[in-house]
Design a binder for this molecule. Structure first.
Ligand code: PMP
Length: 431
């Protein structure tokens, strides 16, 4: 980036005030080089930076904005609520209505508890699973992200699959050792793990649509196997639907695949762009949560009235199926356009898509289902692709492993423009 820009100036200043200049690491552009854009404002499908450049946005704040930036109904709901008070620390109708709406979309979530972030939702769901089962071990999958609680910042151990190792400094090995990490899409690995220690496992946790390490779409049979293994061994099944919830359909991945988990974590879309997440589950499991039961969870801003207002406006808009039909149409248009360019220029790329989630796999091979099958070389090609897009006014996530998000604010013209830009940028990245 040009060092005379206002973004560059602000980033230099931010480096003196915040570690790495950011509030969340991927925003720092380390994976693609250069300095991040400072955003001045956003509306619909577009972001404008502090230098006055406008970009067609496919990051959409990493998923929450299914109706686009500053959607008028969401803005109006938040403004109206703001004048009535921003936080009460007491029950209010907004949280009740949003919990009821979640239940209606997601029948398995018979009871819903709000949190302020997806991390808290996943962490609390895990504590609850441990409380319900009286067991300590957790099973997660390589390539799935469940936020930054200690128990989930774990990588597969070097020897046996059973004992995980910390994937972040500061996570005690004793804590990581209670998490087992399996490869995705590997029936034998999860079967043998559960055979070995299934009676210690409190919960099998998975992103049913893994979207934090590429878009690693799973075989439905693999998800069904997890349901069966959890049942056979008395463990709970947790679907982390922080990304997929309300995005792959109003009933999330659970409805899409027709599989009922015991516990679900929600985030992103649920809060309409405000800090909000939730976890839910069967009435029986959720009865272990304080104040009914002995598993503790609380939050000063849990069920925050502004977040509830934004969530109600956004989730309310998804009820008649129109939004998801429109997103599928836009996604199909994008995919068709990109695939034509890829074929015409024989580019070694595949577009992976589910509804309004998309990802470029930088290989001609079948799209990967496991994190380990993504070639490491994709990072360098992606960095070139990313900057070629940005230079043409299209904003993608600054990492090869992050997915793109469509919203109802994207128009057919936006999609056609994106196809043209992606085509040029793919050719430039492979030149
Ligand atoms: N689970 C999943 C599947 C996520 O994608 C994320 C965030 N990307 C989280 C949990 C954590 O959510 P948050 O960033 O709100 O803590």
């Amino acid at each position: 980036m040009n060092p005379t820009t206002r973004s560059h100036e602000l980033f230099e200043r931010a480096l003196q005030a915040m570690p790495g200049g950011v509030s969340s690491p991927v925003r720092a552009f380390r994976a693609v080089g250069g300095t991040p854009l400072f955003v001045d404002r956003a509306e619909g499908a577009h972001l404008t930076d502090v230098d006055g450049n406008t970009y067609l946005d496919f990051v959409m704040s990493w998923g929450p904005l299914i109706l686009g930036h500053a959607n008028p109904a969401v803005v109006d709901a938040v403004q109206t609520q703001t004048a009535r008070g921003t936080t009460y620390g007491a029950p209010h109708v907004g949280e009740l209505e949003l919990a009821e709406l979640v239940r209606a979309c997601y029948p398995v979530a018979e009871r819903v508890r709000f949190t302020s972030s997806g991390t808290e939702a996943a962490q609390s769901a895990i504590r609850l699973a441990r409380a319900v089962t009286g067991r300590s071990r957790i099973v997660k999958f390589d390539g799935c992200y469940h936020g930054h609680c200690d128990a989930m910042l774990v990588a597969a151990g070097s020897g046996a699959i059973t004992f995980g190792e910390p994937s972040s400094a500061g996570v005690p090995p004793e804590v990581a050792g209670l998490t087992s990490v399996c490869p995705l899409d590997d029936d034998d690995a999860i079967r043998s793990l559960m055979k070995q220690c299934g009676d210690e496992v409190a919960v099998i946790a998975i992103e049913p649509v893994p979207a934090n390490n590429g878009l690693l779409l799973q075989r439905p049979a693999f998800l069904e196997l997890l349901r069966d293994l959890a049942d056979d061994h008395g463990a709970l099944l947790l679907f982390d639907e922080v990304i997929s919830g309300f995005r792959v359909g109003p009933g999330g991945a659970a409805a899409h695949y027709g599989i009922d988990p015991d516990l679900v974590a929600f985030g992103k879309i649920l809060g309409g762009g405000l800090p909000c997440a939730a976890f839910g589950g069967t009435a029986e499991a959720m009865a272990h949560l304080a104040p009914l039961g002995k598993a503790y969870h609380a939050g000063t801003l849990s069920g925050n009235p502004l977040a509830m207002a934004a969530g109600l406006a956004q989730i309310g808009a998804l009820q008649d199926g129109e939004v998801h039909a429109q997103l599928e149409r836009l996604g199909a248009r994008l995919q068709q356009g990109v695939e034509e360019v890829i074929a015409a220029h024989e580019l070694p790329v595949r577009m992976v898509r589910l509804g309004s989630l998309f990802w470029f796999s930088f290989s001609s091979d079948e799209p990967p289902r496991r994190a380990a099958d993504i070639p490491a070389s994709c990072a360098d090609v992606y960095a070139k692709f990313f900057h070629a897009c940005l230079a043409r006014g299209v904003h993608l996530a600054p990492s090869a492993y992050e997915v793109g998000f469509l919203s109802t604010a994207h128009t057919d013209d936006d999609i056609d423009r994106a196809v043209a830009v992606f085509g040029e940028a793919l050719r430039e990245a492979h030149a």
